[in-house]
Design a protein around this ligand. Structure first.
Ligand code: BGC
Length: 756
């Protein structure tokens, strides 16, 4: 009886369930485990992103449209009282940017996090993200697949933490080697930088996250970034920094472009019709949206008409002011619709509407492994005299490890891209930023050290050897340790951060430290942790130098693997190292004397101190990086493209046409290794170009004794100059030199090709 009753109840329940599923659930739009029937026509995934954006826009009110074209403020920074009153920020995921979605239309919130070298500032939310080596290290790998993996890791960790948009993809050229943000970028060559950043962004976006590329454009130094006007002619613009962006945008289909703080030829980058409307949107066909750097919007009508699509982080210019401008006809409704369309089509294209992030614990162990691989592939062996490296783990009896807190960690880059160190800063009260700089005002004085101890990793390789540490503060103590050790490894570092620039010199007593150690022990190895190039007045005194950049959370382990030869270094410099600042195009960072820093103006309507505007004349023009050293016939400390291996390579058999270059690379040493084979082209003299430009490369992996033929296609645009009159790229007829080798200054093969 009881059983019978139970069966009857179950049957009734089943009928009710079916009834609910078939009739009620679709009406309520919830409760079914089946994918919901598309409630709105724009939820039909078979339609194009543009069509879906159009459909949803038909249903939107003016206020809803305005709500999408600006951020809703930033916790801790100013929001308008009206915005604050809505309380909508409470919905934010806590990242640098938040744009509330429109629930009634099924449009998600946009949650953006800084993510130049990993998801930044997760710690405040109790989350963890993998601190990666700097993107300059990633660029030093010259490995497109690696750049892709790097981006994919960031995209995954963004999603895992509930973000659906990245703020990374920095690709400002290293025009100014003392730029404090070079570590977030991809080096000095537009083709290398553009291709690497495109892969990185593809990797991010394949995870279902909107990617961005920044800072568009010519934010090539931090000094005066809020006020300075970078004045360049159009040919120079298109062939240098803009070319990196062009390749990055076109090859990645990036969703967002962040316009920069500075002015370009007088107009702020976020209200510059030439760079935004004419070049980015018209010439390159960019379909995504332009987002301002934080506090980088300076007007309503001018910015809207020039092509800015979204103000961040607040609504000073694109909130009520824009609504009024649209109502008054000063900004056509069609332009507002274009902004909204660009944002929505990007959301549909990226998949964030159909497939929102589901927070979960990030893959910590997978991330650590990848961070180590990136560091191993990005560390450049600059010098290796007397076969000093690799160290022989079987024979080393004693080692001195000196300086740079190598007992506890590795340094990282500061500013908005800072990834939080797991467990906190490995160095308490670490100093980094100079008082009075914007960096110090916003992010404080400290540099962050990640807890990856080179000392421990080295000891693990040679557990029986005597490996001792000296902090380097006392030069004679360091020298004494070096003297009683079989070899000495000196770690030097240069802190760098957004919001300030640098000198090429290592801070403090580090140059003296290297010299003191080298004088005590001829087998001295220097490991440099820096955001970019540094001068090495002691280069002739030491046997070996490794450039480790900011090597990330497995930096210590990666360095040990290279020092002991478990990994054969294969990276090459994406930037030129000058001997001294006197060899740079500008003896000092332009504007160093002229300007006064704004206090915090991120998101603030009124900077508390008015900075003084000034002009930057980058008189080197086309001659960025190695092109300057080549054209001026200056000998660099280490040339662009330089990097050694524990094996050696030989080049032969060059065949060149205007379309393709073929040659052979042979591993002539006794161990497996990878060579980054580079192709440069010298244009006809009539073009007045610098002597050579990189046009192609390949990373060739070779077993000992192995030889491979490499064929590289030449893209005609990359052989061209930008003709301002025709407003187009021009492949000038004439004789072109084709140069092949292991660096811009180690050309092994050359030929001439004729372009009719
Ligand atoms: C930086 C951007 C960053 C933004 C948001 C700005 O200071 O220049 O790179 O994405 O802040 O944090």
């Amino acid at each position: 009886m009881k059983t019978h009753n139970a069966i009857g109840q179950m049957a009734l329940l089943a009928v009710l369930c079916v009834l609910f599923a078939v009739i009620l659930a679709p009406l309520l739009g919830q409760g079914s485990s089946q994918p919901p029937t598309p409630a709105h026509p724009w939820m039909d995934r078979s339609l194009s992103p543009d069509r879906r954006a159009d459909l949803v826009m038909e249903q939107m009110t003016l206020d809803e449209k305005i709500g999408l074209v600006h951020g809703a403020g930033l916790v801790g920074f100013e929001t308008t009282p009206e915005e604050a009153a809505t309380g909508v920020l409470a919905r934010s995921n806590g990242g640098a940017g938040f744009v509330p979605g429109i629930p009634r239309l099924g449009l998600p919130d946009l949650n953006m996090a800084d993510s130049a070298v990993g998801v930044a500032r997760s710690g405040a939310h109790g989350r963890y993200s993998t601190p990666l080596p700097s993107t300059l290290a990633e660029a030093a790998s010259w490995d497109l697949r690696l750049a892709h993996d790097y981006g994919a890791l960031i995209g995954r960790e963004l999603r895992d933490q509930g973000y659906n948009m990245a703020l990374g993809g920095g690709v400002n050229l290293t025009r100014e080697p003392r730029n404090g943000r070079n570590f977030e970028y991809q080096g000095e060559d537009p083709i290398l930088a553009g291709r690497m950043v495109a892969q990185l962004i593809q990797g991010v976006q394949e995870q279902g996250v909107i990617g961005d590329i920044k800072h568009y454009a010519f934010n090539d130094q931090e000094t005066g970034r809020h006020v300075a006007s970078v004045n360049l002619d159009r040919r120079v613009m298109r062939e240098t920094d803009l070319l990196a962006f062009e390749i990055g945008v076109k090859e990645s289909n990036v969703g967002a472009v962040m316009c920069s703080y500075n002015r370009i030829n007088g107009d702020y980058a976020c209200e510059n019709s030439y760079t935004l409307n004419e070049v980015l949107k018209k010439a390159w066909g960019f379909k995504g949206f332009v987002i301002s750097d934080w506090g980088g919007t300076h007007s309503t009508v001018k910015a809207a008409l020039a092509g800015l699509d979204q103000e961040q982080p607040g609504s000073v210019h694109f909130g009520d002011a824009l609504k009024k401008a649209v109502e008054a006809g000063a900004v056509p409704a069609a332009r507002l619709n274009d902004m909204v369309h660009r944002i929505l089509r990007t959301e549909f294209a990226a998949g964030i509407v159909d497939n929102p992030p589901v927070p979960r614990v990030v893959d910590v162990f997978g991330g650590l492994e990848m961070a180590q691989r990136f560091a191993e592939q990005g560390t450049v062996l600059l010098k290796n005299a007397n076969g000093q490296l690799p160290l022989d783990a079987g024979r080393v009896k004693s080692l001195a490890v000196i300086g740079s807190h190598a007992d506890v960690g590795v340094i990282s880059g500061g500013g908005s891209g800072q990834v939080d160190p797991p467990g906190g800063n490995a160095v308490a009260n670490a100093q980094g930023n100079t008082p009075g700089t914007e960096a110090d005002a916003i992010w404080g004085p400290g540099a962050v050290w990640h807890p990856s101890s080179p000392l421990k990793a080295i000891r693990a390789k040679v557990p029986k050897a005597q490996v001792e540490f000296a902090d380097g503060a006392d030069l004679s103590a360091a020298a004494a340790l070096a003297r009683r050790s079989a070899a000495a490894i000196v770690f030097v570092h240069q802190p760098s951060s957004e919001g300030r620039d640098l000198s090429l010199s290592l801070p403090g007593n580090q140059d003296q430290l290297v010299s003191a150690v080298a004088a005590a022990n001829p087998r001295t190895i220097v490991v440099v942790e820096s955001g970019g190039p540094v001068a090495m007045p002691w280069i002739g005194e030491v046997n070996a130098v490794l450039e480790a950049w900011f090597p990330g959370i497995r930096g210590g382990e990666a360095l040990a693997a290279i020092l002991f030869g478990d990994v054969n270094p294969s990276a090459k410099l994406p930037v030129t190292f000058a001997k001294s600042e006197a060899d740079l195009p500008h003896p000092r960072v332009p504007g160093t004397d002229a300007q006064e820093f704004a206090s915090i103006d991120i998101g603030a309507t009124q900077p508390t101190r008015q900075p003084i505007p000034f002009d930057i004349h980058y008189s080197e023009g086309l001659k960025v990086g190695y092109k300057w050293f080549d054209a001026e016939d200056k000998q660099p400390l280490f040339a662009f493209g330089h990097g050694l291996s524990y094996t050696t390579f030989a080049y032969s058999g060059l065949q060149a046409t205007p379309k393709e270059v073929t040659f052979a690379v042979k591993n002539t040493g006794s161990r497996a290794g990878a060579e980054i084979a580079q192709v440069y082209v010298g244009l006809p003299a009539s073009t007045h170009e610098p002597p050579q430009r990189l046009v192609a490369w390949d990373k060739v992996r070779l077993a000992a004794g192995e030889s491979k033929r490499v064929s590289l296609k030449l893209d005609p645009q990359l052989l061209s100059i930008f003709d301002v009159e025709k407003n187009a790229w021009d492949l000038v007829p004439g004789s072109y030199k084709v140069l092949v080798g292991g660096s811009s200054r180690a050309i092994a093969l050359s030929a001439s090709v004729q372009i009719p």
